[in-house]
Design a protein around this ligand. Structure first.
Ligand code: C2E
Ligand code: MG
Ligand code: MG
Ligand code: MG
Length: 291
């Protein structure tokens, strides 16, 4: 049948959804099976200081290795996982794997902050701060080991509750980041009130910025805005040395991108770290204030 959960929790019948909901139900079953069969994989992408080339963190990005379809990318199943509420199961899994990896890296001499992506549903979960407290205790990690990435639209879905959750997480000492900054609809006034530490410039502005004056202007303004608000600014989607250099000149603090590394399986992080050499030494300035 075609039923749809409304914001207020009521379930309404929607004839137009008939076809798509049959597909949806089977996808939900597939996601549940995937969890049971251990088909999810934790990949991580290194996060690098653009001024010194040092690795300062890593972002956890989930992958689904489907027995027939192969690698399924998050854009194909995360939106659906959000709609159905399955995202909470997935987020818990990502939190757990990220904590394990973070602890293992720290013990092996590579203490790195791990960034985890959260969705609207996660922010509406009143128990999320308690779940993080429990996670940190079990894995013997400090709250500063985690950065939580939230998109503007996830916050704007229910700004009051999102703010409450974010304030509790921030008070615990976890870092908060606004992901895909510039693509959503949050107001700057609202942003000012949120306890965030980081702005992440969306890759759509970064990918081709050395050839696009408009993108460069947006990136420059975002870096200045973030710095004026006392935030560290991170660029995603750095695919070339030219873009790295440009961002470094504009004062951007950190970056991620295929130029440094694609997301790699968690267990390949240590070998990657041992091989990593910044291809360019931009400046010898001490960026510990923003790392
Ligand atoms: P995001 O959090 O903005 O992650 C950045 C995306 O950009 C990742 O895609 C990453 O692989 C990609 N990327 C990084 N550097 C480059 C580059 O140089 N060039 C290009 N073209 N792309 C680059 P991915 O892994 O496919 O993830 C897509 C989105 O899915 C993420 O966007 C995030 O919103 C969501 N996602 C991924 N993992 C999770 C998760 O565990 N939980 C939740 N809630 N969402 C997740
Ligand atoms: Mg992210
Ligand atoms: Mg992003
Ligand atoms: Mg994105």
């Amino acid at each position: 049948y075609a039923a749809k959960q409304r914001n207020d929790g009521a379930v309404v019948y929607d004839a137009a959804m008939d076809k798509s909901s049959a597909k949806s139900l089977s996808l939900l079953t597939e996601l549940r099976n995937a969890a049971e069969r251990n088909e999810f994989r934790l990949h991580v992408q290194p996060k690098i200081s653009l001024q010194t080339g040092k690795v300062v963190g890593m972002e956890a990005l989930v992958r689904w290795v489907h027995p027939e379809r192969g690698n399924v990318f998050p854009d194909e199943f995360i939106p659906f996982a959000e709609q159905t509420g399955f995202i909470r199961v997935l987020t818990r899994w990502v939190m757990e794997r990220s904590a394990e990896l973070c602890r293992e890296l720290a013990l092996k001499g590579h203490p790195l902050k791990v960034s985890v992506n959260l969705s609207t549903r996660d922010l509406l979960d009143q128990d999320l701060p308690a779940k993080f407290a429990d996670l940190l205790a079990r894995h013997k990690l400090t709250p500063g080991s985690f950065c939580l990435e939230i998109t503007e639209s996830a916050i704007m879905d229910d700004p009051v509750r999102a703010q409450q959750t974010l304030e509790r997480l921030s008070a615990m000492g976890l870092d908060l980041s606004i992901d895909d900054f510039g693509t959503g609809y949050s107001s700057l006034a609202y942003l000012k009130r949120l306890p965030v530490n980081e702005l992440k410039i969306d890759k759509s502005f970064v990918l081709n910025m050395e050839n696009d004056e408009g993108d460069t202007k947006i990136v420059r303004s975002t870096i200045d805005l973030g710095h004026n608000m006392g935030l560290r600014v991170v660029a995603e989607g750095i695919e070339s040395e030219a873009v790295w250099r440009l961002l470094a000149e504009l004062g951007c603090d950190q970056g991620q991108g295929y130029f440094m590394s694609r997301p790699i399986p968690g267990d390949q992080m240590i070998p990657w770290l041992e091989k990593w050499q910044a291809p360019i030494a931009i400046a010898q300035t001490d960026d510990s204030a923003v790392a």
